[in-house]
Ligand binder design. Structure first.
Ligand SMILES: Nc1nc2c(ncn2[C@@H]2O[C@H](COP(=O)(O)OP(=O)(O)O)[C@@H](O)[C@H]2O)c(=O)[nH]1
Ligand SMILES: [Mg+2]
Length: 309
């Protein structure tokens, strides 16, 4: 699924983050626990250097608890990375962020200095909700916030921490079509660009292999067929997603499936695993190397041509 993004927003955010990053002591990166890989912003890794990062796997109430555990151990293998999982009951949990900040930035303790922490993350992962919970008051607007770049906000917390809201908007990754599908599945992308037949088929294929029992139970099927379209056909029929002529309406069932996934009716579901991340990263490396080689070959060709003239 193709993602649309505005280069202007991307460059502005990059400039602003580059400018403030050196002053930060710790980064709080908010991820969606259902897609801890696809909800990463590539710039965080690029611009953080060796600064400590607390990765929050947010909306854990909608994710697969076992997978959240696996993701946390996987992510913590990286130097300077600690993880926390949060659900809707953040108020009783956010003290863990404060404790981790002090643990990860120990040299500031005892001095009259604030720990500067920047919250980063792509839209809709729950940054504003987290900021409000940490601040114990409403300082950031939550929910369907328009895609505009606001001025950067600083919030002073009681425990010697100065919180910085992300300057500008952080875009999701664009390099791989999987990211687009998974982000659309969790509603991180606006609905107008979603083709539900296509998305439904992508998600069906994954769920059939990762959560077959849940699908059979929810859609009252005794067994799962081979292909995702066959599943959509069978489940769609059971749920009355039919058009005139008794044809299954795949887009209608796709939309129903995605809505049930998003609302948690199918239970906690995680749409990607650390193994998938490793595999996709390796594939991306190969694709990048290939693109580089092609570029170099083209340049060589061009140089040869100009030498001849
Ligand atoms: N289920 C669930 N929803 C959450 C959680 N945290 C935030 N949300 C919801 O996610 C939506 C986006 O949150 P917001 O804080 O505005 O995200 P932001 O764009 O990153 O600032 C809102 O509707 C929140 O109520 C959570 O832990 N679980
Ligand atoms: Mg926000």
């Amino acid at each position: 699924m193709a993602l649309q993004w505005f280069p202007g927003h991307m460059n502005k955010a990059r400039r602003e983050i580059k400018e403030v990053m050196p002053q930060m002591d710790v980064i709080i990166e908010v991820l969606d626990a259902r897609v801890p890989f696809s909800s990463e912003n590539p710039m965080v890794a690029k611009l953080r250097g060796d600064k400590p990062v607390i990765k929050i796997l947010n909306k854990a109430d909608l994710a697969d608890a076992e997978m959240t555990e696996s993701w946390m151990s996987y992510l913590e293998q990286e130097q300077g990375v600690k993880t926390l999982a949060f659900d809707q009951d953040k108020a009783s949990q956010v003290h863990k962020i404060v404790e981790l900040c002090h643990k990860m930035v120990p040299n500031k303790v005892g001095q009259d200095k604030q720990i500067k922490a920047m919250i980063m993350g792509i839209p809709n992962v729950g940054k504003s909700t987290l900021i409000n919970t940490l601040a114990k008051r409403v300082v950031a607007k939550t929910g369907n916030e328009p895609a505009v770049t606001k001025a950067q906000q600083r919030i002073k917390l009681e425990q010697g921490i100065m919180l910085y809201d992300t300057p500008g908007m952080l875009w999701p990754k664009l390099e791989n079509e999987h990211y687009g599908y998974r982000l659309a599945a969790i509603a991180a992308i606006r609905d107008t660009v979603v083709d539900y037949e296509d998305l439904g088929s992508y998600v069906s294929e994954y769920l059939m292999q990762a959560y077959p029992d849940r699908l059979m139970e929810r859609y009252k099927l005794d067994a799962l067929p081979e292909e995702d379209w066959q599943f959509m056909e069978a489940a769609g029929r059971k749920r009355g997603c039919v058009r005139s002529g008794n044809q299954v309406d795949y887009a209608k069932f796709g939309s129903l499936l995605i809505n049930e996934l998003r609302s948690g009716i199918l239970g906690g579901i995680t749409l990607e695993t650390p193994e998938m991340r490793d595999k996709e990263m390796a594939e991306l490396e190969i694709a990048r190397a290939k693109a580089e080689a092609e570029k170099a070959a083209k340049l060589e060709q061009k140089n040869k041509g100009s030498r001849k003239r």
